[in-house]
Design a binder for this molecule. Structure first.
Ligand SMILES: Nc1nc2c(ncn2[C@@H]2O[C@H](COP(=O)(O)OP(=O)(O)OP(=O)(O)O)[C@@H](O)[C@H]2O)c(=O)[nH]1
Ligand SMILES: [Mg+2]
Length: 223
């Protein structure tokens, strides 16, 4: 069952074709203009300026906040955690007054009670479900591990609301060559709608692997 509609797949293909080095440099420069706008805890606190929103979601500690820093090439645009569970608010970042990237709290943070975990989870899903401004989701997964039950539940949820979704297998700098292949195969086995280079990318927030492709895709679609 494909959750990415045809239009999105078309512009992803277009972005891949047009991402020559010159364009990419300009695109990466645009991404450097990403800036923090505000942290919120409920929908009614969203920024007044209405722009399309790209959400970052996934398990706690997979590198959602680090992804923002890697796109901007500044180390400190987003606060990242040395221990998981750092992001507890919904954090808005804006690129060139064109769109927002929204960093969400992670699912499954182990160091809080089950009740609190479930409460957060419900709040995040409510936020995603009730915002028509959200146009694209990045589902970030730790490439060292097979997608978990939480990833499967998140994937099903995103499909159920027809939200175009791109999966990033992050922390790929920690993988050997043979493990990279396994990570991709595992992701595609669990989520058969994924196709490498279209709606699935290997990423490293540390080494900036995949940055050029993903930044091109975002800027071309939303600028
Ligand atoms: N080696 C490596 N470490 C990474 C990468 N991305 C993130 N990390 C590390 O993983 C840890 C968690 O990163 P965060 O960006 O805070 O993860 P998060 O998904 O925002 O976590 P929550 O806010 O808890 O949901 C930090 O110690 C990061 O430095 C990566 O690509 N490679
Ligand atoms: Mg975070």
């Amino acid at each position: 069952m494909a959750c990415i509609d045809r239009a999105i797949l078309n512009w992803i293909s277009f972005c891949k074709l047009s991402a020559d080095n010159k364009i990419s440099r300009a695109i990466l420069k645009s991404m450097e203009e990403i800036k923090f706008i505000k942290s919120i805890v409920s929908l009614k606190e969203r920024p007044k300026l209405q722009l399309p929103e790209i959400i970052l979601c996934g398990r706690s500690n997979v590198g959602k906040s680090s992804f923002i820093n890697s796109l901007s090439s500044k180390k400190d645009v987003a606060k990242i955690s040395s221990s998981p569970g750092k992001t507890r608010t919904i954090n808005y970042y804006m690129v060139k007054e064109k769109f927002y990237i929204v960093d969400l709290p992670g699912f499954g943070y182990a160091k809080v009670s089950k009740t609190e975990r479930e409460k957060w989870q419900k709040q995040i899903l409510n936020f995603i479900n009730n915002s028509s401004r959200i146009k694209l989701a990045f589902h970030i997964i730790d490439s060292r591990h097979k997608p978990t039950e939480l990833d499967i539940a998140l994937n099903l949820f995103l499909k159920s609301i027809d939200l175009p979704t791109i999966v990033l297998l992050n922390k790929s700098d920690k993988l050997k060559q043979s493990e990279i292949k396994k990570s991709l195969t595992d992701a595609i086995r669990v989520f058969p709608e994924l196709s490498y280079g279209d709606n699935l990318f290997l990423y490293s927030a540390v080494k900036a692997t995949g940055r050029k492709e993903v930044a091109s895709l975002i800027i071309n679609a939303f600028s």
